[in-house]
Each structure stands twice: as C-alpha cells, then as structure tokens.
Design a protein around this ligand. Structure first.
Ligand SMILES: *[C@@H]1O[C@H](CO)[C@@H](O)[C@H](O)[C@H]1NC(C)=O
Ligand SMILES: *[C@@H]1O[C@H](CO)[C@@H](O)[C@H](O)[C@H]1NC(C)=O
Length: 283
C-alpha cells in the first residue's frame, strides 16, 4: 500500500480597487473632502447665499446650550456668529432681492452683513421657527406645532396645501409644487390633482435647493436628489451622521456632521487606487 500525501501550494494574487478615505463618488464623478470647519456642535439648516458665497447654518452654543446662527465665507473662510437673534435656527435667502431671512424663537429676522446682526421684523413674536425656504415667498415651519407658513406680500398665511398637516421641513420645487417632510416621511403635493405623493419614508433632517432650484435632502445616513419628473428619489451618497446639506453654485456639495462642515469638491483625481495582495496558501 502506498500512501500519497499531496502538497499543494497556491499563490493567489488579489487585485482590488480601494476607495481613498477622503473621496466620495457621486453619479460617477469623483469628489474630495475638504473640511471647512471643525469643532462646531450640531450644525443644522445649511443655506448658501450664492451672491456672496456665504454658508449660513445653525449650531448649538456650548456655553448656554442655545441655538445660534453662524456663517462661513466659502471664499475667505471668515467665520462669525450672528448676533441680535434669540435662538436662531433657520436661514433662507431671497436671491432676487438680496435679503437674508432668519428664524428665531420669536419670529422672523432680517440679517445685515455690515453689522453682522439680525433684526426682528416684528411680524410674529409668538412663533418658534424651525426651518425656512425661499421661493417666491418665505416659507417656514414652526416648532413644536409643526405648522407651515408662507410670508408673501407683507402677509403671513398658513401654506394652504398644508392646513391640518404637520410639516417639519417645507420647500418648493422647480415646478412650484410643495415638498414637505414630517415624521411620516417626505411628500410632494400635486397642485393640479390635489394629491400627495410619498417620496420617501426616511427621517429627513435637511432640505435644500441648488442654484437652479433642484431639490436635495439629507437623512442621518445619506444625501439624496428629488427627481420631480419621475417623483423618484436618487441616492447620491451614503455616510453616517449627516446633519444637513447644501449645494454650491458649481454643484459641489457641503454637508454637516455632528461636529463639522465638509465640502465635497469635484476633482479629476482618481478616487480609487489599485492594491495588490499576494497570499500564500499551502496545505
Ligand atoms: C405627514 O404628511 C402626510 C401626507 O400629507 C400625512 O398623511 C401625515 O398624516 C402627516 N404626518 C403627521 C404626523 O402629521
Ligand atoms: C400632477 O398630476 C398630473 C396628473 O396625474 C400629472 O400629469 C403631473 O405630471 C403631476 N405633476 C407633478 C409635478 O407631479
């Protein structure tokens, strides 16, 4: 009887494309992370003034645990906290009239770059504003009521599509339809049919328009585009701990995490590198 012991030896060559840690691929384009600001607690409600290239956002001030609004120049990175506002949480920009509106615990404010101060318009002193969006009128929601209002032609009204419907976030899409989020999900209201489409059941924590009026939103785990023609939501990128999103004039993204603001800058650099492992498996 002969016994054979067979030894086999394999050298396996494994090639893989590895994503660089500072890179994100969105719609087949490469973006590199550029950290704009660190050590900022809970930045929410990002809004960009495209005229001055300034990013506005809310944060939680550590000293008194109050909401405040700050801004960061995307050109010079000059950073300032807005003064004169009680519990500022929301910002919206009327780019036609170059007006910056802010929402505080006691109504609507207007911001002045020269004095870096917000002044209460004295319209509604008993509403605590949660979020704002400008398109042919200043749309805003209140907390804790979750009512959506619009300020237009010197009058404040409940958004007529959202009477008796709770909304934490409200926006208007290119076609002029109301898009809103509440604890049940993200919805789009169709004016002509007076029907509501469910776009997503995710928890939406931020909604924004790019310079052309296309809508984007964030959830704690990603950033999405709303295709208003197909009524579909496209996932742009996934990431943990997202607090909000804004889109720059050139299409670059800015997102907030629990303690920082990061720009995703479009790049021609490769996002992947090839890595080769040689493994020796003998048995
Ligand atoms: C959210 O909006 C949807 C669609 O309008 C509505 O059916 C639902 O009741 C709302 N949720 C809350 C908590 O109000
Ligand atoms: C509204 O509904 C009508 C009829 O279904 C449809 O033709 C139209 O495209 C819808 N508009 C939007 C913006 O979804």
């Amino acid at each position: 009887m002969m016994r054979f012991i067979i030894f086999l030896s394999f050298f396996a060559v494994i090639n893989a494309s590895v994503l660089k840690p500072n890179c994100v691929v969105i719609r087949n384009r490469n973006y590199e992370k550029d950290v704009l600001k660190v050590d900022i607690k809970s930045p929410y409600q990002l809004a960009i003034d495209h005229d001055t290239n300034t990013l506005f956002f809310s944060f939680t001030a550590r000293k008194d645990e109050m909401f405040k609004i700050a801004y960061l120049s995307l050109k010079t990175r000059e950073y300032n906290v807005v003064s004169g506002i009680h519990g500022g949480f929301a910002t919206a920009i009327d780019s036609n009239k170059n007006k910056i509106y802010m929402g505080g615990e006691d109504g609507i404010y207007k911001f002045d770059y020269k004095t870096k101060t917000a002044t209460n318009l004295g319209l509604l002193s008993n509403v605590n504003i949660w979020q704002m969006f400008f398109k042919n009128g200043l749309y805003f929601t209140t907390y804790p009521e979750e009512t959506a209002f619009v300020y237009k032609k010197n009058k404040v009204d409940i958004v007529r599509e959202l009477v008796d419907i709770k909304a934490m976030l409200v926006a208007v899409n290119k076609a002029g339809h109301i898009v809103y989020a509440n604890s049940s999900g993200l919805f789009m209201y169709n004016e002509s049919t007076q029907t509501t489409n469910l776009l997503d059941t995710a928890v939406v924590n931020g909604i924004t328009a790019d310079i052309d009026g296309n809508l984007f939103f964030s959830t704690p785990t990603g950033v999405y585009f709303i295709d208003e023609n197909t009524k579909q939501v496209d996932e742009l990128f996934r990431m943990e701990n997202i607090y909000g999103v804004a889109v720059e004039g050139n299409g670059d993204f800015i997102y907030a995490t629990e303690d920082s603001l990061v720009r995703l800058k479009s790049t021609k650099n490769e996002c992947f590198f090839e890595q080769t492992w040689i493994s020796n498996e003998g048995f």
